[in-house]
Design a binder for this molecule. Structure first.
Ligand code: GN1
Ligand code: MG
Length: 561
């Protein structure tokens, strides 16, 4: 970096001093904290986004959101040029600059990093960043901090895309870097046209039952509801009622939203006994998570939850079905068929019944540690990789190789056997690849795919929910002295440090039919998470409680002496 560049960073960073005692880390989902202490962090992430753009010679994204956290929190994360999460290799640098104590130190860190990464400042291509934010009131001033960060790199430009869902921003970054149309309207048009295409390919004999027409969506009082209203107008064919859109005065994520519904297993605000039998869905605060539910008739706060695992199962079932139709021998007697590698990616939080179901379908199921970045990376190894966290974040990734084969196959079928079942299957798969966000999990595109598949199958939410029955489960959190003392292996299913705790967990698990339990340090909160499942709820609760006691015994404050 030349002196001019150094003094630019030095000067602008003095405007954004690091508050005393703040130490943040680029965790599972970027930086998150109370919004009042975040300006300096967001400013520095602005610099980071510009450096990433220079390094890759491509456009990057910066999103200001704290997803399902309370409204006073905020956060910031980067979309890499692929549209995915920031490469994990840069996370340590993100931590280092965001915690750097003085402007001088910051400049020094950046200078060293630029040399190490061989980042070019020769002006061959300037850094370019798209900025987005959710509906949080603190978003506006944090956006300004992000811009100032970007502008601290000579020649860098920042384009404010306004209020967006997180997946919209990721989608735009990916689309721009692929040279495709990338405005918000393009996003809506791609989703709606591919959805229409799928619905038009619904077999004629399957007609929806009247009562299954309507979908009611809980928008978490965030950005998702607002965007869904726009999408709904463009679609013009679906009966969608949006509640908790934020316009009715409700508070973001308070008693509403996908995280609340999935963790508490109760109805969000604004849903009542009168909604029994209706298909309902819930988005989270930045609309990258989606769960479905229906209100139970016995008690208005009870729900039948259709979580990420079941969305994954529905998608997997559909894709597998289309692939086998495609493989059927048609009139053209093509014997050269592409064996598409279909893979399903879950985490240890996936309900055991879902894993059994997927394996029963003959699918390859693999596990990764918690966090979308791990699941996404794994899913990208397949021709078609479907990944979901139980909490409703996930998508379906199609490899370039498979898509170009599929495209060619479709062309061939359309000339030899237009309108055949095989061609329809090829068209459906192509439509899915356009509908479902290829950059990151996206509640809006996921919702449209669920709706299209339910129509295709002529299924109610009840039919869908009956695919399998969840094993009863329980999640608990335990505060410990130092959560980093816990080291896990095998996709977080066994504890390797501290010694002996895993043996003790095994003893507890063995006491319960279909018992399973694991502990891991959270990447977003200062707690150890406990997960347990068993054949009945009482057993899952009791197993979770015993394991929580073990965690406290081995790691808790009582033990610290
Ligand atoms: C059990 C659980 O839901 N964990 C969540 C949560 O991570 P933790 O590392 O468990 O705090 O937040 C992550 C980011 O949103 C999400 O990816 C993950 O699934
Ligand atoms: Mg989210």
């Amino acid at each position: 970096m030349n002196d001019n560049q150094k003094s630019l960073i030095l000067n602008s960073s003095t405007q954004y001093p690091l508050p005393q005692g703040v130490k943040l880390s680029y965790g599972t989902a970027g930086f998150r904290a109370d919004a009042s202490i975040l300006e300096s962090t967001v400013f520095r992430v602005g610099i980071l986004a510009a450096l990433r753009s220079l390094k890759t010679q491509a456009l990057t994204g910066l999103m200001i959101t704290a997803s399902h956290n309370k409204v006073n929190d905020n956060g910031v994360k980067i979309a890499d040029p692929s549209g995915g999460m920031l490469t994990q290799e840069w996370e340590p640098f993100a931590d280092a600059i965001s915690n750097s104590p003085t402007p001088q130190h910051l400049v020094q860190l950046i200078d060293e990093f630029v040399k190490k990464e061989n980042i070019r400042f020769d002006g061959a291509r300037s850094a370019e960043i798209l900025l987005g934010r959710d509906t949080r009131p603190s978003g506006e001033s944090l956006l300004e901090a992000a811009k100032q960060g970007v502008y601290s790199i000579v020649g860098a430009t920042a384009t404010d895309m306004g209020i967006l869902t997180t997946p919209q921003l990721h989608w735009m970054v990916r689309a721009r870097n692929k040279g495709m149309k990338a405005t918000e309207l393009d996003y809506f048009e791609q989703l709606s046209s591919s959805f229409r295409c799928l619905v038009d390919l619904t077999p004629n004999q399957i007609k929806m039952n009247k009562t299954d027409d309507k979908l009611v969506v809980d928008g978490a009082n965030g950005v998702g509801g607002e965007k869904l209203e726009v999408l709904k107008k463009i679609l013009n064919s679906m009966v969608i009622e949006v509640r908790n859109s934020g316009k009715e005065g409700g508070v973001l994520n308070e008693g509403v939203g996908a995280d609340y519904v999935q963790k508490e297993k109760v109805v969000p605000q604004g849903f009542y006994l009168k909604d029994v039998g209706i298909r309902c869905a819930s988005l989270d605060g930045d609309a990258d998570r989606l769960v479905y539910f229906s209100v139970q008739s016995n008690n208005a706060s009870n729900i039948d939850l259709v979580d990420g695992d079941k969305i994954l199962s529905l998608f997997a079932l559909f894709i597998k079905e289309q692939l086998s139709i495609l493989k059927m021998e048609g009139d053209d007697h093509v014997d050269e068929n592409y064996e598409a590698r279909l893979g399903v990616v879950q985490t240890a939080y996936a309900n055991g019944a879902s894993t059994d179901y997927l394996k029963q379908l003959g699918l390859e199921v693999v596990f990764t540690p918690t966090g979308v970045k791990y699941l996404h990376e794994k899913a990208a190894e397949y021709d078609i990789g479907i990944y979901f966290e139980a909490n409703g974040h996930g998508t379906i990734l199609f490899s370039e190789g498979f898509l170009s084969w599929l495209d060619a196959r479709n062309n061939e079928l359309s000339s030899k056997s237009k309108g055949s079942e095989q061609q329809k299957a090829a068209l459906r798969l192509l439509a899915v690849s356009n509908l479902i966000n290829q950059a990151v999990g996206d509640a809006l595109s996921g919702l449209l795919l669920v709706e299209a598949i339910l129509q295709y199958k002529g299924w109610s939410i009840h039919n869908w929910s009956e695919l399998y029955h969840d094993l009863p489960s329980r999640q608990l959190k335990v505060k410990v002295v130092d959560r980093t003392a816990v080291v896990t292996a095998n996709a977080e299913t066994v504890v390797v440090r501290p010694p002996l705790i895993q043996e003790a967990i095994n003893v507890e698990v063995a006491k319960y039919p279909r018992g399973r339990s694991f502990i891991r340090p959270s990447g977003t909160e200062d707690v150890i998470r406990i997960y347990a499942e068993a054949s009945i709820q009482e057993a899952a609760d009791s197993l979770a409680n015993s394991v929580a006691k073990l965690a406290d015994q081995f790691l808790g404050f009582g033990n610290s002496g």
